[in-house]
Ligand binder design. Structure first.
Ligand code: BGP
Length: 462
């Protein structure tokens, strides 16, 4: 068979998930509470259809069946996250033996099926007790995280070779401290900056510990959601707006995680507006000496911006949007269900940027996907005919292929997500999986895209 898009030998085919979104068993197996368990209990009506994280996809009890399906559809890699509050209830102290057994079982089952586990340590799920101490605003929580990370490396590092410190660390900053879609629902840029800063310090500390353990021979990195920023026009005001959006939403994490320092322009803007976080002596060296070995790129949509039409009210709370307005490009392609623009070339632009400005760091697409509402409308002969998802993946893969041909150090593609899952405030509103999951019965059924990806993975291209 002649393949038009052939990927390099050993390309990582797989999908991504996170503990809170798939495990369920939120009150089982000795797990402690995290902010999602708590927020849902206190404000259930903020969640789509009032559905919370108690049972989700019940991976906790179905992991064998799920890993079997992963194998069935050609995965050679799979991303999961460890739930901090499951492994160490309360966030500090003794590990929970039932959690150790569970994660050992999952890792061993994956390896038995020749699926390499990619393990992420933090996916939005702060243990409640630590949030009550201030969460990432509190420097002591950074120390607790470092201990948790070390525990994970010691428990599972003999078998897990790809580690990630955080998934989308900017999201709890935006959601929790700027735009009200994560607990603790605060709007305060200075606190947001502190949270962002402490997250990066925590990342660097975990990298430092990881590299100090001589029995470890894997790699450690971070997963960032990158939204390439495109200006409305080439006029200087639009260009500046786009540059600042990029500064806040991409370079704020890319720079320190990959280059080990903050962009000077960001520091200056925050200083000018009185928003600089508190730092400690030695942090600068810590960041510089502990950059990521590998970068996961989550890409869903670009960010299109234009110059601000009205000056912000200087008495309103400072937010990054003071510097730009969002711009809806005429004729843009949309995922109308999720309300996100589809721009496949964005993946290529991200990878070329990593090649040119970030030392061509080893990377992979760690999330990309299409959330669709009421997918049962597309069932035919018992199977969801998600041709739109196949098209979506294919078009992104074409651009990824081009990036690789042009020398980008890109090693794989993970769909968000393996199966339909509980998605924070959106609960089950948008379905993302290769595998559909009946919320009531928890029955798993392959979608058309699952059969398609099986062929693509087998042939290493299409
Ligand atoms: C990413 C997160 C995932 C997942 C995905 C889809 O930002 O890493 O956890 O939620 O987005 O998001 P949504 O369900 O909001 O469409």
């Amino acid at each position: 068979m002649t393949l038009q898009y052939k990927f390099p030998e050993g390309f990582w085919w797989g999908s991504a998930t996170s503990a809170t979104q798939i495990e369920g068993a939120a009150n089982e197996g000795g797990k402690g509470q995290n902010i999602w368990d708590y927020w849902y209990k206190t404000e259930p009506n903020r969640f789509f259809d009032n559905v919370g994280p108690e049972s989700t996809s019940d991976f906790y009890h179905h992991y064998k069946e799920d890993i079997h399906l992963m194998k069935e559809i050609g995965h050679n890699t799979f991303r999961l996250s460890i739930s901090w509050s499951r492994l160490i209830p309360g966030g500090r102290g003794e590990v929970n033996p039932e959690a150790v057994t569970f994660y050992n079982n999952v890792i061993d089952e994956l390896l038995a099926k020749d699926i390499e586990p990619f393990v992420n340590l933090f996916h939005f799920d702060m243990p409640l007790e630590l949030q009550n101490e201030g969460g990432w605003e509190n420097r002591e929580v950074v120390e607790a995280y470092k201990k948790y990370a070390e525990k994970c490396f010691r428990l599972f590092g003999d078998r897990v070779k790809k580690w990630f410190t955080f998934n989308e660390p900017i999201v709890p900053v935006e959601g929790g401290y700027l735009y009200d879609f994560h607990y603790p629902n605060v709007v305060d840029a200075k606190r947001a900056a502190q949270v962002a800063y402490h997250t990066i310090v925590a990342h660097a500390k975990a990298v430092e510990v990881f590299h100090s353990l001589d029995f470890i021979d894997g790699k450690i990195g971070i997963i960032l959601n990158l939204t390439p920023s495109y200006p409305r026009s080439q006029n200087p005001a639009d260009l500046r707006a786009s540059r600042i959006a990029d500064l806040f939403f991409n370079r704020s994490f890319l720079y320190p995680a990959v280059l080990g320092k903050y962009p000077q322009e960001l520091v200056e803007i925050l200083r000018e507006h009185g928003q600089l976080p508190v730092t400690q002596k030695g942090d600068r060296e810590l960041l510089l000496n502990n950059t990521a070995d590998i970068l996961g790129v989550n890409y869903y949509q670009p960010r299109r911006v234009k110059a601000k039409e009205h000056l912000p009210n200087p008495y309103s709370p400072f937010v990054p949007d003071w510097f730009f307005d969002h711009y809806e490009m005429p004729g843009r392609k949309m995922n109308k269900y999720r309300g996100w623009e589809i721009y496949e070339k964005g993946i290529y632009d991200i990878m070329m940027n990593l090649k040119e400005n970030y030392g061509n760091i080893e990377s992979f697409v760690s999330e990309n996907g299409m959330g669709v509402q009421d997918e049962h409308r597309f069932i035919k002969d018992g199977e969801i005919q998600d041709d739109y998802r196949i098209e979506f993946i294919k078009e992104h893969l074409k651009w990824l292929h081009k990036a690789i041909e042009e020398g980008c150090n890109t090693k794989g593609y993970h769909l968000w997500s393996f199966m339909d899952n509980w998605s924070w405030m959106n609960a089950y509103k948008n379905r993302y999986g290769f595998v559909s999951m009946d919320v009531e019965s928890k029955k798993r059924t392959l979608k058309k895209s699952a059969h398609w990806i099986k062929e693509v993975s087998k042939n290493n291209g299409f």
